[in-house]
Design a protein around this ligand. Structure first.
Ligand SMILES: NC(=O)c1ccc[n+]([C@@H]2O[C@H](COP(=O)([O-])OP(=O)(O)OC[C@H]3O[C@@H](n4cnc5c(N)ncnc54)[C@H](OP(=O)(O)O)[C@@H]3O)[C@@H](O)[C@H]2O)c1
Length: 234
């Protein structure tokens, strides 16, 4: 039996996901780095020394329903329970499009990864989340999905993150009676491949609210959209 808290991060091979993997390890968690290409995950972490003792790898493409189910089964061969699931994996394909020009294919692909991905991963890992004393699901969303401030940037991405926020509310309503908290987090504008060179936030800043939720926030905090450790509008 493993008494350490266990965290799983999707899209853990780079960007905010990789930062989260490292910081969860530094906080004493047993961590599952999940990603599409395991080689990239191993390469990104190979210099991490003793932290590697608590690091595990899992192949997981959140857009592949079958593989998500298989990955959950593989997880179950090693672990009985999951305490923190961070649905971090995401794509941005339409930064220079408008709602009138973006193709339906791009909208569908973006929703499939950014909104349905977190839903299918949460459902497949639910048996393990249910075994935790205080499980948390953290969906990495974006202010691009905030309806009250929506502009016209990246329409497919914005729709996908608004949808992810709705998925967050619905999952929280369903799961909070069982003691599983579900929240969405805006990490800020962070310097990663997606955020680009002009981004003003560091990886540490991008990971902060997510780690705070996982380690310090009250388990009663559920069904919220958070930014800088505070509630923000949907
Ligand atoms: N950076 C920002 O300014 C910012 C702002 C708001 C929200 N966010 C959100 O923060 C999260 C992390 O973004 P980031 O900035 O770290 O971006 P990033 O550096 O582009 O990393 C994206 C990660 O998602 C993974 N991914 C994409 N599609 C996947 C799939 N189908 N299955 C599994 N993994 C997949 C990528 O894996 P591969 O290497 O295999 O492609 C990569 O690990 C995203 O949800 C993003 O929307 C970021």
């Amino acid at each position: 039996m493993n008494s350490r808290r266990i965290a799983l991060v999707t899209g853990g091979n780079r960007g905010i996901g990789l930062q989260l993997v490292r910081e969860f390890l530094e906080r004493g968690f047993e961590v599952v780095l999940s990603c599409r290409n395991l080689e990239q995950g191993r390469e990104a972490t190979q210099q991490w020394g003793s932290l590697l003792k608590r690091l595990n790898f899992l192949e997981l493409d959140v857009a592949d329903s079958k593989q998500v189910v298989q990955a959950a089964a593989q997880f179950g061969e090693r672990f009985e329970c999951l305490d923190v699931l961070v649905n971090n994996a995401g794509i941005l394909l339409d930064a220079s499009e408008s709602i009138l020009s973006v193709s339906e294919e791009v909208i569908e692909q973006t929703i499939d990864t950014n909104s349905l991905g977190p839903l299918r991963v949460t459902k497949s890992f639910l048996p393990y989340l249910r075994k935790s004393q205080a499980a948390r699901v953290i969906n990495v969303s974006s202010l691009a999905g905030q309806l009250s401030t929506m502009g016209n940037w990246a329409p497919a991405y914005s729709i996908s993150k608004s949808t992810l926020n709705a998925v967050t509310c619905l999952l929280s309503n369903e799961l909070s009676p069982e003691g599983i908290s579900v929240n969405a987090v805006s990490p800020g504008w962070i310097k990663t491949e997606m955020g680009g060179e002009g981004a003003t936030g560091t990886l540490e800043e991008g990971a902060d609210t997510i780690l705070w939720l996982a380690t310090e926030a009250s388990p009663d905090l559920t069904g919220q959209f958070l930014r800088d450790r505070e509630r923000t509008d949907w």
